[in-house]
Design a protein around this ligand. Structure first.
Ligand code: ATP
Ligand code: MG
Length: 414
């Protein structure tokens, strides 16, 4: 039977959850459009190379989390673990770089082979934005403001705080890297095997480790702030100044690094403590090196991605669907008429629920179960007089209404 279970870490989205997810994506898309970011969609699978090149071969995603397989032609394919690499690939392969700046929004499933737990799945869903072609701090400010406005639109701002850091420019990171290597070399014994590997290949990544032993060693590590050169410090000051002017509160977290090689300058996360261990709801930053690293023209970029599962848990139950009207025919002639009446009312914009079978009481209880606002009962002799009975299912009141006036009568129900 195991094969008839969903794959571990995947979930069916039944209507209420699908609605909750759609609410997050719709709210985010609406806000994004007000900022001039329009939706695009890349395929959910790409050649593995797209992710290997951009995420770097030491990242957790590439080393442990990718869903990779050979397709029937032998091509190595990966289900996308995140959105930015695909967008960058699309910009390059579609020759879009000549139209900078580019502003995109996306929403859809992502796939990572993770240890499933609350808020951490193998198929999960993200919303995200990318701003390409803007090297100025204004781009970072706008991207963060767009994230804050999205959280506002979802009504969850009060549960979320913005953590901010800078990774500086390449020169600052190189200087910092040396300090960091010296520091961790002296503490090799405390580091996990993964972090020893990171120490050799990309020591900044150690700061991102969730291993408890690593965390203890990390606590005393030098921070990047002390290695920033003037350009990097100015850039960060401009970003903070913009956020201050917009009234967007943040806490500088010098330990916040992004796990990916191409990030520089601004790194940020909107986090919550309302969801237990999985606290990051939106994470992003600047990735000036990414498009160039993929073989495209050197292109600055900044963006973020947010987890729809986590955001929808924070936002709580979505608006219920519109309440339907139940049509309840009694007898074969009424049955036939109901089909046409349902069609007419649906075209007029009503949500119509047909019971399909059963007697009056069975159909009324079905109407209740689907939270119908009213039932329209169609008996043979009423139909003969071109009438129907409308029962208000909230008040229980009922009256006869001419069929010609039915739509108006139903529209009048609050
Ligand atoms: P984490 O530290 O939680 O592993 P991450 O750094 O891997 O997060 P990103 O790659 O920055 O996360 O993804 C952005 C957002 O997507 C996260 O902040 C989170 O809300 C969501 N997310 C990431 N991985 C998962 C997952 N496996 N299941 C559900 N949501 C996820
Ligand atoms: Mg992760």
């Amino acid at each position: 039977m195991a094969r008839l279970q969903p794959v571990r870490g995947t979930h069916d989205l039944l209507p209420e959850q699908a609605r909750a997810f759609r609410r997050v994506a719709d709210a985010a898309r609406g806000v994004a459009e007000r900022y001039g970011y329009h939706e695009m969609a890349t395929p959910i699978f790409e050649f593995s190379e797209v992710f290997k090149r951009t995420l770097g071969d030491t990242s957790d995603i590439v080393t442990k989390e990718m869903y990779t397989f050979a397709d029937r032609s032998g091509a190595e394919i990966t289900l996308r673990p995140e959105g930015t690499a695909g967008v960058a690939r699309a910009v390059i392969s579609g020759g879009l770089a000549q139209h900078m700046p580019l502003k995109y929004f996306y929403a859809g499933p992502m796939f990572r082979y993770e240890r499933p737990q609350k808020g951490r799945l193998r198929q999960f869903h993200q919303i995200g934005v990318e701003l390409l072609g803007v090297a100025e701090p204004l781009g970072d400010i706008e991207a963060i403001a767009l994230g804050a406005a999205t959280l506002d639109a979802l009504g969850v701002s009060g549960q979320v705080t913005l953590e901010l850091n800078t990774l500086g420019n390449a020169a600052s990171r190189a200087a910092y890297r040396e300090l960091l290597v010296d520091y961790f070399e002296a503490r090799r014994g405390e580091l996990s095997r993964d972090s020893l590997d990171r120490l050799a290949r990309n020591p900044l990544r150690i700061l991102d480790s969730k291993n408890p032993g690593d965390r203890a060693a990390i606590a005393g590590a030098p921070t990047l702030g002390d290695s920033l050169d003037a350009e990097s410090a100015d850039f960060f000051a401009s970003v903070r100044d913009g956020l201050d002017r917009l009234g967007i509160a943040y806490a500088v977290n010098p330990r916040l690094v992004r796990g990916l090689d191409y990030y520089c300058h601004t790194a940020f996360e909107f986090t919550t403590d309302a969801l237990g261990a999985q606290g990051a709801v939106i994470a992003g930053g600047r990735y000036d090196g990414l498009v160039g690293q993929m073989g495209g023209p050197e292109t600055p970029g900044v963006g973020w991605a947010g987890g729809i599962e986590r955001l929808s848990m924070l936002a709580g139950a979505p608006e219920p669907p519109p309440r339907p009207i139940a049509l309840i025919p009694i007898g074969p002639r009424a049955e036939a008429e109901t089909l046409v009446l349902a069609d007419r009312l649906r075209r007029a914009g009503f949500a119509i629920e047909l019971g399909y079978r059963g007697n009056l009481s069975r159909r009324l209880s079905r109407a209740d179960r689907v939270n119908a606002r009213a039932a329209v009962i169609l008996g043979e002799d009423e139909l003969a007089r071109d009438m129907a009975t409308v029962r208000d299912l909230d008040s229980g009141a009922q009256d006869e209404v001419p069929l010609a006036a039915l739509a108006d009568r139903l529209a009048g129900l609050s």
